[in-house]
Write a protein of this length. Structure first.
Length: 95
């Protein structure tokens, strides 16, 4: 079975550091202010997709396709995870 687009992103880096955050790719870990953060799988996948495509705006439909490949999900699912990321990382981090 081929790897998902998110799995490919995970393998593309070991660690990213920005502001007060450290994102560890293969460990699937986010550290904020030196403390491991609690972040669900889909929210983590969303964060990786946004990081991988940080040079451009990613459409809602593209995010849904990348985070929930082959599944039909409500747009509200995306909003919930964006909200969780903003709460964790700060509203200025995710526009």
């Amino acid at each position: 079975m081929p790897e998902s687009p998110v799995a490919n992103i995970i393998h593309s880096f070991a660690e990213l550091v920005f502001d007060r955050c450290v994102i560890r790719g293969e460990a699937r870990q986010v550290v904020v202010d030196g403390q491991p953060a609690k972040l669900g799988t889909r929210a983590y996948d969303l964060l990786l997709v946004l990081i991988a495509h940080r040079e451009r705006v990613v459409s809602k439909n593209e995010l849904l396709d990348l985070i929930w490949p082959g599944l039909v999900v409500e747009e509200n699912n995306l909003q919930v995870h964006v909200s969780a990321l903003r709460k964790l990382l700060g509203p200025q981090t995710i526009a």
